[in-house]
Design a protein around this ligand. Structure first.
Ligand SMILES: [Zn+2]
Length: 93
């Protein structure tokens, strides 16, 4: 199976980042969890599109890695928000 990276689609409110702190608490503002194939020329970076066709530039990288074969590709805490289109692509592959 191709290596995939998990990316978070956030609520628009999170686009306002505290300039002094330099980060925002994104945990509670996840709108959807997407997957993208890793860029073979830049390990750790996703390709420009998710499996469902979104531009990955606007998405937040999520360091989650599946625990092993059979583990879900999305973080368990975001189970209710995982992208069904990405899921379908992964299951088909
Ligand atoms: Zn998706």
């Amino acid at each position: 199976m191709t290596a995939i990276l998990v990316l978070l689609e956030l609520e628009p409110a999170t686009e306002v980042v505290d300039a002094e702190v330099g980060e925002a608490d994104i945990g509670a503002r996840v709108r959807a969890v997407h997957a993208a194939a890793a860029d073979p020329e830049a390990p750790g970076d996703p390709l420009s599109r998710t499996l469902c066709g979104l531009d990955t530039d606007g998405l937040e990288p999520e360091p989650y890695v599946p625990a092993g074969p059979g583990a879900p590709w999305y973080p368990p805490e975001h189970r209710s928000r995982h992208c069904l289109d990405c899921d379908a692509v992964l299951r088909a592959g």
